[in-house]
Design a protein around this ligand. Structure first.
Ligand SMILES: Cc1cc2nc3c(=O)[nH]c(=O)nc-3n(C[C@H](O)[C@H](O)[C@H](O)COP(=O)(O)OP(=O)(O)OC[C@H]3O[C@@H](n4cnc5c(N)ncnc54)[C@H](O)[C@@H]3O)c2cc1C
Length: 381
């Protein structure tokens, strides 16, 4: 554990106790069914999930990034799908509060903050993943509206939400300068959603979204026309912190499972934990967990200090994601055959950790963004 203030420590203890008591017992059943216990949401809001980053004058709590980091670590320790879902549900109202008009805030925030409505964030397309600025979803102006056409891929929980933020270009020739963020309300602007079966975070859905001449009021432009990538970057920076801390939670869970297993299981007439090679694996998991936590908390405290924190969030996302994969793999090894069985939490932790190096910028993209800052030359374009 890192040194925390009394307030931070209290938050960690109370949210961990709640998740252990109310959510952990539901995980195995929902993983198997690939479902999510949506009725737990209102209780989670009380801890700062979803409304935490929204300014108090917009109905949120304005809790700051360090508290958010603690919430995301605890969500990840409990269940990868919970962390992924809390990330997206936190980011959508945060963006509306940060860059939305008063009319947009009045329309969308009350429902999102009460849990009555849920949102998605759609940027990725089949030919625009790491290269997000290459997106092809187009928004053509038509009087007081825009007409959206295109497809989005791998959009988290789009099948469990009825509104969201979609990135489209108002001018394909303008490249990054044409990209614009739109608030899309499925009740007034219907679109298609198809779920794509996927390996990790099975309590979430990964969706293809189809926008076939969907009419959206021009009043739904979020932020400025042509500044969509800047708006998205605000979300992605926070998303990187959230993913990094969720990965710390997965590593922490891998550690706790490994310690318990190594103490309980016996081979060659003694407990596994007494073998030096097993101790080495457990200590490596512990070291990866703690170094990851320190980097993640450093990124959070950098944001809380009012600094941009791009470099710190990239480093945390890169290191914590890669470390969670290593920690989960080691935990599986400590468990032997039992770790590969679906009844073992380590099997799920291993799958969920695999997500941590891909969304919100792959590990390679984090490296190239940090490399650009360190060396002053971009390897991307
Ligand atoms: C579980 C899950 C949830 C997701 N949720 C969302 C969501 O809610 N909303 C959303 O918009 N998107 C979402 N995504 C999409 C995610 O952001 C993209 O998958 C990610 O950005 C990578 O894009 P890609 O899959 O197209 O991979 P690609 O960009 O095709 O990359 C493939 C490989 O090439 C590497 N690569 C690419 N370019 C370079 C380069 N210049 N130099 C070196 N290596 C490079 C990458 O690192 C990767 O290893 C989600 C993805 C997953 C798996």
């Amino acid at each position: 554990m890192t040194l925390l203030t009394d307030e931070e420590r209290l938050l960690r203890e109370s949210v961990r106790a709640f998740l252990d008591r109310k959510v952990a017992p539901l995980v195995a059943e929902h993983e198997r069914a690939r479902t999510f216990p949506w009725d737990i949401l209102p209780a989670l809001h009380d801890y700062g999930y979803v409304r935490g980053l929204v300014a108090p004058e917009d109905g949120g709590e304005g809790i700051g990034y360090t508290m958010l980091a603690i919430l995301m670590e605890e969500a990840g320790r409990c269940w990868g799908s919970l962390r992924t879902t809390m990330n997206i549900l936190t980011i959508v109202p945060y963006l509306i509060s940060a860059v939305g008009t008063q009319e947009q805030k009045d329309r969308f925030l009350p429902g999102l903050l009460s849990g009555e409505r849920r949102g998605w964030f759609a940027m990725t397309e089949s030919d625009a993943g790491s290269d997000a600025a290459a997106l092809r979803t187009i928004a053509r102006r038509d009087g007081d509206d825009y007409i959206l056409s295109g497809r989005k891929l791998y959009i988290t929980n789009a099948s469990h939400a009825d509104m969201g933020i979609v990135m489209a270009t108002v001018d394909p020739e303008a490249g990054a300068k044409g990209v614009t963020a739109f608030l899309l309300d499925g009740r007034e602007s219907p679109y298609e959603v198809h779920e794509i079966p996927h390996m990790p975070v099975r309590g979430t859905s990964s969706c293809e979204m189809v926008f076939d001449d969907v009419r959206v009021p021009a009043a739904n432009v979020l932020g400025e026309v042509g500044r969509g990538l800047a708006t998205a970057m605000r979300a992605i920076n926070v998303g990187r912190l959230n993913m990094a801390m969720g990965a710390v939670g997965l590593s922490q869970a891998a550690l706790e499972e490994s310690v318990a297993f190594a103490k309980a299981r016996e081979q060659f007439g003694r407990q596994l934990g007494g073998f030096q090679l097993v101790q080495e694996m457990v200590v490596e998991i512990a070291t990866l967990t703690q170094t990851s936590r320190l980097l993640g908390m450093n990124a959070a405290r950098t944001l809380d200090a009012g600094l941009p924190g791009r470099f710190e969030c990239s480093m945390a996302k890169y290191y914590c994601g890669e470390s969670a994969n290593r920690a989960a793999s080691l935990a599986l090894q400590v468990h032997g055959g039992a770790g590969l069985m679906e009844e073992s939490p380590v099997e799920r932790i291993f799958r969920d950790a695999r997500e941590a190096t891909i969304p919100e910028g792959t590990s390679q993209i984090q490296i190239l963004q940090m490399g650009r800052e360190l060396l002053g030359v971009s390897a991307l374009r």
